[in-house]
Design a protein around this ligand. Structure first.
Ligand code: SF4
Length: 291
């Protein structure tokens, strides 16, 4: 059986950057606390834990005094930085530069939108770390929309500034934006200032993977998608594979592989999410080659 690894799979630039910053900080020998899992991948977290990284929850962070705390690629709301300053904590900021610039943009737009009572609408997953950071940047003008069902939260008589979590599907974002546009249009006669500004904030590192994965899934008899179960990007990209190839399987570790999946298959493709380390994808591919 021929086994291929999808070349674009593995850590995105933001996660790679955060892991490199963590590895560097750990070299100094001091304890480095990481606020939340550095990446939604248990095996990579275990590797960094073995190097001395200690993952803490937000509750533990509240009680921490002094020490070094790493902020992962997803970023944090402004309140985290304030808390760190209060408690003499040194922040090692590994926020992805793309997320950081979106946070800054949101803060700026929220300030400018104050006078016209504009709303900052964020399309994202409730409770996702990046979304918490973005909502924090938006402040009281922020409205979270997780899907079509939440669109009633928006006041269509006022302007809307729309942003998306970086890892959402481009297609879903376009659908949400279009419904908002139509709803605003219905009110525009009486409220001519109710404009819509759609910010293109889906990360290209993710959106570029969708079409490539679609093609990759079509080209192979069996697809093995490797990702942590908590990765929303992993779930989304796996759905893309499954839609193209019903013989797609989601695994988090090599131990979940099943020989039966490859019966009569001439080819297998191994791919993964932006939070899946490449070493793990290659490890899985090697095992599949041995089947
Ligand atoms: S998906 Fe994009 S925005 Fe998100 S961490 Fe990776 S590079 Fe940064």
């Amino acid at each position: 059986m021929k086994v291929d690894v999808e070349q674009g799979s593995g850590f995105c630039f933001g996660v790679e950057n955060a892991v490199a910053i963590a590895e560097n900080a750990l070299k100094e020998g001091e304890t480095v606390y990481c606020l939340g899992e550095i990446v939604h991948n248990d095996l990579e977290v275990a590797r960094l834990t073995a190097l001395g990284m200690v993952t803490i929850t937000h509750d533990e962070f509240e009680k921490l005094r002094d020490g070094k705390v790493l902020i992962r690629a997803h970023g944090e709301p402004p309140s985290t930085y304030l808390k760190a300053a209060e408690n003499n904590i040194t922040i090692i900021d590994a926020t992805c530069p793309i997320v950081h610039s979106m946070q800054e943009k949101i803060k700026k737009v929220a300030d400018l939108a104050r006078e016209e009572k504009g709303q900052i609408v964020i399309f994202g997953k409730e409770g996702h770390a990046e979304v918490i950071g973005l909502m924090g940047a938006a402040g009281p003008r922020g409205i979270l929309v997780t899907g079509k069902g939440d669109l009633g939260r928006i006041d269509y008589t006022r302007p809307v500034f729309l942003f998306s979590q970086t890892t959402k599907s481009k297609v879903q974002y376009e659908v949400v934006a279009e419904i908002i546009r139509l709803n605003l249009e219905k009110q525009s006669k009486d409220h001519p200032g109710n404009t819509l500004k759609v910010h293109n904030t889906i990360c290209r590192q993710v959106s570029g993977r969708e079409p490539r994965l679609r093609e990759f899934a079509q080209q192979h008899d069996v697809i093995i998608f490797v990702s942590g179960k908590k990765s929303s990007n992993g779930r989304m990209l796996f759905e893309v594979c499954l839609k193209e190839n019903p013989r797609s399987h989601f695994i988090s570790s090599p131990g979940e592989l099943n020989r039966d999946w490859f019966r009569d298959a001439a080819s297998a493709g191994v791919c993964g999410a932006t939070s899946t380390p490449r070493w793990l994808i290659h490890e899985v591919a090697e095992i599949v080659e041995g089947f």
